[in-house]
Design a protein around this ligand. Structure first.
Ligand SMILES: C[S@@+](CC[C@H](N)C(=O)[O-])C[C@H]1O[C@@H](n2cnc3c(N)ncnc32)[C@H](O)[C@@H]1O
Length: 195
């Protein structure tokens, strides 16, 4: 009996150690990527913000077809994957430069013919036909995006922005569950003004 308790304790200790090692590797990867890369670390949208953003976008997409949905830095495919499954009649494109998120999301989305993950800088992409975009980038990148990218979009395109805003541009809607870390913004260029 006491031997069983020792076995179980050893097993729990081994599983615990494995979990700590895995979390350590993921944490180190995110820190290194965030510290040394030129662009945002691949932190996915999560929690209430992710769920509400997806629900809100899904309401907009339902009863329409043939729209183009773009994620500017699609990370692990967190936002595009569930929407592409739900809406086979829309077209989804994720631009992702980071090596690991690109290959992981490519693998996760391999069966979806309406979703394309592209390893390309989104500043070099043609976004003129995008109808709905997602964007979760650091403040400096949001500024760059606001200056260089927004002018090339359709004025009626919807842009869902997680956490960090486009400076000097008023969002059409703000959805908040508390702090700025639990907030997302919806921009529509023909309805937004400059602050
Ligand atoms: C904070 S993550 C957001 C991931 C995803 N959009 C989400 O909300 O779950 C930002 C991602 O954008 C990518 N990224 C940043 N700048 C980029 C650029 N210019 N072109 C392509 N990908 C970029 C980063 O590699 C990172 O994976």
């Amino acid at each position: 009996m006491s031997l069983w308790i020792i076995y179980i304790a050893l097993l729990l200790a081994a599983v615990g150690t494995l979990i700590v090692i895995i979390l350590g590797i993921i944490g180190t990867y995110l820190i290194i990527v965030g510290r040394f890369m030129r662009y945002s670390p691949p932190v996915p949208s999560s929690g209430k913000v992710k769920n509400k953003m997806l629900q809100d976008a899904a309401e907009y997409l339902s009863n329409k077809s043939g729209l183009e949905i773009v994620d500017l830095g699609s990370g692990w495919g967190t936002l595009l994957l569930p929407l592409a499954r739900q809406f086979p009649h829309h077209r989804f494109v994720g631009y992702e430069l980071s090596f690991l998120p690109y290959y992981v999301s490519k693998f996760r989305t391999r069966h979806l013919t309406n979703l394309q993950i592209v390893r390309q800088d989104f500043y070099e992409a043609n976004l003129a036909s995008a109808d709905l975009l997602f964007c979760f980038l650091l403040p400096d990148e949001m500024r760059k995006c606001g200056d260089n990218l927004l002018p090339s979009l359709k004025s009626e395109a919807l842009i869902y922005v997680n956490r960090f805003v486009f400076p000097n541009i008023k969002p059409d809607r703000t959805v908040s569950f508390g702090s700025e870390y639990e907030t997302f913004y919806v921009y529509r260029l023909d309805r937004t003004g400059h602050e």
